[in-house]
Design a binder for this molecule. Structure first.
Ligand code: P53
Length: 474
């Protein structure tokens, strides 16, 4: 009983939220670099306001982030001290192909990640690599319209070939697109899409989604060809919708909202467009342009495992007045009266994790991997940088307990668990440093002040013990 003996405990980060070094080693600019902190961020990440370069009015936290580009050795040593079996990180596309459409990759970028992976291996840490975590070279955004353009499939294929070949034997676990369903909710952050006057937004989003899905299938194909040991996963921003009431209208609405997100994983895992999606696209008058062979590719190259992030469950309602109150969030959700929320209003629901795991395992019957989970909170360090983050320990312990129930009591096959932002980093949603997830505190604030010094929080030793006991001692 309990977790498998080779359970992959660890933590997760994303290039643009931690590396900084945005212009180092020949790196090109990406969509994720040009999203500032502050009131314009939301219109920019949702594609309502165009931003393709820096200006003097805004602060761009990703430029320096927590400077992991220069400090990864120190940080990986700390992960190793906690006993990490895996470290999930992402490759910045624009380090490997600075513009995105070059014929040859940038050696300095390839070498950087090779060094990082070797550093992990030194401690027996298995890298889990997200190929794209919300990033797209800005040159591809400006000159091709990012993922709305079919050519992106070929550019992504070049990226995959370059990294699969170079890192053969160093990396085995790959995720094709972080939170692929984010393209619906934050299309610029998720896929470099912004909208022009007269665009049919849904048409643009689903066409871009088709390109990503084909690209994901091609990546899976190449990964398996390059090394049969490679394991490729899809990645869903999970957290299902509960109906607000037992009114069947609410129940049906919650199903519809779930399907919007499941759609992507249905294609990546089952290999075909589901019937409900074809009908919905038809009703909305959306026509997806496909090339000959696309459907065969999708069918032939499905993913090996299902990975997902889970922070919160959500609530759906068919009542338009109640729904109106939910606007302005990345994921629209009615407040659940039975749950407490984080300081950022994310509702805390450990049992929801068990429910999500059951839903996904029932639906796909492939191994699951929880690659993000955690509590974004304000931490107050003492003068040594120590934080007594019992609230974080409580959140994680409750979620690990629920995940154990899903394994022990429900029989779900779970490969591993990586907490989000194992070291404090920049928030994707808000651009803040103040919203912290880490076991390791980083001295930096929302305005970019601070020494960047790392220090252990109380949760550091707690997580070390959790890993050492394979999740028995919470
Ligand atoms: P932040 C929204 C809802 C669910 C997951 O988010 C999300 C978001 C984006 O805000 O993103 C994932 O930093 C994402 C990470 C992100 C993390 O959740 O807004 O994969 O890049 O940092 C937490 O608190």
């Amino acid at each position: 009983m309990g977790f498998r003996h080779d359970f992959l405990w660890g933590g997760a980060t994303a290039a643009n939220q931690c590396e900084g070094g945005y212009d180092k080693g020949g790196r090109g600019l990406a969509n994720v670099d040009v999203v500032p902190i502050g009131k314009d961020r939301y219109p920019i990440i949702t594609g309502q306001m165009k931003m393709v370069d820096f200006d003097d009015e805004h602060f761009y936290p990703a430029k320096e982030a927590i400077d992991m580009y220069h400090r990864y050795k120190e940080d990986i040593a700390l992960f190793a001290e906690m006993g990490f079996k895996t470290y999930r990180l992402s490759i910045a596309w624009s380090r490997i192909f600075p513009k995105g459409d070059e014929a040859e990759p940038n050696e300095a970028g390839l070498q950087f990640y090779e060094d990082v992976f070797n550093e992990c291996r030194k401690y027996g840490i298995e890298p889990l690599v997200t190929i794209t975590h919300f990033d797209c070279p800005i040159h591809l955004v400006e000159n091709y319209g990012a993922w709305r353009n079919r050519k992106l499939v070929g550019f992504y294929e070049n990226l995959c070939r370059a990294i699969f070949t170079r890192y053969k034997g160093l990396v085995k676990y790959w995720l094709t697109f972080n939170e692929i369903n984010m393209i619906l909710h934050a299309p610029f952050m998720g896929a470099g899409l912004y909208f022009e006057e007269g665009d049919n937004k849904e048409q643009v989003k689903y066409q871009a989604a088709h390109h990503e899905l084909v690209a994901s299938a091609i990546a899976t194909k190449i990964a398996h060809e390059v090394d049969p040991e490679n394991q490729v996963g899809c990645m869903l921003a999970a957290g299902g919708y509960y109906p607000y009431t037992s009114n069947p209208e609410d129940v049906f609405e919650s199903r519809k909202k779930d399907r919007e997100n499941y759609f992507f994983i249905d294609v990546q895992s089952r290999g075909e467009y589901p019937a409900y999606a074809l009908k919905e696209l038809e009703r909305q008058g959306i026509q997806i342009e496909m090339e000959a062979g696309d459907l065969e590719l999708l069918k032939a190259h499905t993913v090996d495992f299902i990975s997902f992030s889970y922070y919160s469950s959500r609530v759906a309602t068919a009542d338009p007045e109640l729904l109106a109150k939910t606007e302005g969030n990345i994921f629209a959700s009615v407040k659940n009266p039975y749950l407490e929320a984080s300081e950022w209003g994310w509702q805390i629901d450990p049992l929801g994790l068990r429910i999500t795991m059951n839903d996904l395992y029932d639906r796909y019957q492939k191994p699951l991997f929880i690659v993000e989970n955690g509590l974004g909170a304000v931490d107050v360090p003492d003068e040594d940088g120590y934080v007594e983050d019992d609230y974080r320990i409580d959140y994680l312990a409750a979620h690990i307990k629920a995940m154990k129930d899903a394994v022990d009591l429900d029989g779900v096959d779970l490969l591993g668990y990586t907490t989000w932002g194992c070291i404090d980093l920049v928030s994707a949603g808000t651009g803040e440093m103040k919203k912290r997830y880490g076991f390791i505190y980083v001295d930096r604030d929302n305005e970019g002040n601070g020494t960047l010094k790392r220090s252990k929080k109380k949760s550091f030793d707690w997580y070390k013990k959790v890993i050492a006991t394979n999740g028995e001692d919470l």
